[in-house]
Design a protein around this ligand. Structure first.
Ligand code: ZN
Length: 541
């Protein structure tokens, strides 16, 4: 999953030009690829489909590595993934493909607006062109080496995390970081070396834009956290940290997935050290989760989060199958879907009005005497803490901002790998007022860097921002939504998401999608207002 956005803050408003543009359009053929090149699109699609299939094969191997593969197979598996990444790279950067894209007049032009004459073909050529340009800028050696080192890196990271010893992972991280820095040089950038990395996950987004958006968010979040802490109210969460037998957690997770509309004929749920969603094909989108036998939140909310990703991938229009457009439009939009289900829906009172009786039946011991309202308050408890994936909705974004700052410095060369644990701890002290007692609860908690994924973290916070804006619009469009959730009717909500977001795949870049769906540009105040309103209620602020 991955993709694009461009924000709006300083975007000019080409509105005035619209009438003329519309007139031009009317005079043009409705397709970008006219009769003179009848087979060009077909040829491009055949090449593209082959690349998609190789990527799906690669996903099968990665999914297997993270779920069922025996540990000693890691060496062979990394070579298999290296081979595939080379084959994919060869196809994506082939001169024949370049020639075809040139003949088709492909460019990275973004959507012109609602009057765009051939939005599907334009988007198709745009995405192919961007992938081609990116591939041709990266030497094959770098791509395959990074794939190989990332596979090895994951294994080193897992060992180091288990031993809670950053020193075991540091040499491999240094190797990966050097390759990533080389990548930024090859891809090129005008402002910040972090930009080309960000662009892979959030196309068109710039570091400078994120700096601005996040600065505003940081101030508002800290203010809210301070007021929550100062309120002195501490919801009782003791019953969440109690024995929750894993087989019953699994049963409940499967129930929730079925009820919210995840299709088990096109997916499945497995377990892995780090939950993820893997797209193995248009009819095969798999989820993983992990269960903590002593803590409720990890398993179920992790499952619901991944379900949000899975529903997005499964909802992409069938007409886009086997094309580069059959994918989420950006990781920020992808995360908006997972966070929407996990938090905006999955931690709402109506959701638990429906599910809580069944949860209580499965876990009578910790939950028998716990009232619904107290359970709801507990799963929404705000507490500055160490672990990102277990953080509440309010402090979660502060965890992301820590990583964003560290990544920028690592990529710019202002921070060395050996200095990372100290810098991590200092940032946590500053942002959240907590100190990790060891590396596994600190700098080693996330898998991303071990896989060479730099530039990914900010998309989690972007996801929360987009989710807030989508949620506000959705509630406006579906005034009966809360009553429907209480009755366990998830179909209207899912249909809305499919219609407005999922079916479009990568046709519409994130910034345009946000405007198209909500009528507004990306705006951090919407998330701030949502959190303010929700937590004022819970904490009686
Ligand atoms: Zn996610």
């Amino acid at each position: 999953m991955t993709k694009p956005v461009k924000k709006s803050v300083k975007k000019p408003a080409p509105r005035k030009a619209a009438p003329r543009k519309a007139a031009d359009k009317a005079a043009k053929p409705a397709r970008l690829l006219p009769a003179a090149k009848p087979r060009l699109l077909e040829r491009l699609r055949a090449r593209d489909a082959e690349i998609r299939r190789l990527m799906h094969i690669s996903s099968v191997l990665s999914w297997d590595q993270d779920t069922y593969m025996p540990s000693k197979a890691v060496g062979e598996r990394s070579e298999q993934l290296e081979l595939l990444s080379g084959l994919i790279h060869d196809r994506q950067s082939s001169p024949e493909l370049g020639q075809m894209l040139k003949e088709a007049g492909a460019s990275d032009r973004r959507p012109l607006g609602p009057d765009d004459a051939a939005p599907v073909e334009r988007a198709y050529l745009r995405e192919l062109f961007r992938a081609y340009r990116r591939s041709t800028r990266l030497p094959r050696r770098l791509v395959t080496e990074l794939a190989k080192q990332a596979a090895v890196g994951r294994a080193h990271w897992a060992e180091a995390r288990k031993a809670s010893d950053f020193g075991l992972f540091a040499p491999q991280l240094a190797v990966i970081l050097n390759l990533v820095r080389e990548t930024t040089k090859c891809l090129g950038y005008k402002e910040h070396p972090y930009d080309p990395l960000l662009d892979e996950y959030e196309p068109w987004m710039k570091t400078s834009e994120l700096d601005k958006v996040f600065a505003g968010l940081r101030v508002k979040l800290r203010g809210l956290v301070e007021r929550i802490v100062a309120s002195g109210r501490r919801p009782d969460t003791s019953f969440l940290k109690a024995p929750y037998p894993v087989d019953r957690q699994r049963e409940f997770s499967l129930t929730v997935l079925r009820e919210i509309g995840y299709d088990f004929q096109r997916g499945r749920l497995d377990e892995s050290a780090h939950p993820f969603t893997a797209t193995l094909g248009c009819a095969d989108v798999r989820l993983t989760t992990r269960y903590n036998p002593e803590f409720f939140n990890t398993g179920v909310f992790g499952t619901i989060h991944e379900a949000g990703h899975g529903l997005y991938e499964l909802g992409i229009g069938a007409e886009l199958a086997d094309t580069i457009l059959a994918d989420g439009t950006s990781m920020g939009i992808h995360e908006s879907q997972s966070r929407m289900w996990e938090n905006f829906i999955g931690r709402s009172l109506p959701f638990w009005v429906y599910f809580y009786p069944r949860l209580k039946a499965l876990f009578p011991h910790p939950l028998e005497a716990v009232r619904l309202e107290d359970f709801h308050r507990a799963v929404n408890a705000v507490q500055p803490s160490l672990i990102r994936v277990e953080a509440d909705e309010v402090t979660y974004n502060l965890h992301i901002l820590v990583r964003f700052e560290l990544e920028k410095r690592l990529i710019a060369g202002d921070l060395q790998v050996g200095e990372l644990p100290g810098a991590w701890n200092a940032q946590y002290q500053e942002a959240l007022g907590v100190q990790p007692p060891d590396d596994s609860q600190g700098v080693l908690q996330d898998i991303h860097w071990s896989m060479g994924s730099f530039g990914y973290f900010p998309t989690y916070a972007l996801g929360n921002l987009y989710a807030a804006q989508f949620y506000r619009t959705m509630k406006r469009d579906l005034p009966g939504m809360e009553e429907e959730l209480v009755r366990g009717e998830f179909a209207p909500l899912l249909s809305w998401l499919r219609d407005k977001v999922h079916r479009l795949g990568r046709l519409v870049p994130a910034a345009e999608l946000c405007r198209q769906v909500t009528g507004e540009s990306l705006d951090p105040s919407c998330l701030a207002e949502y959190l303010e309103s929700k937590y004022s209620g819970i904490y009686e602020l």
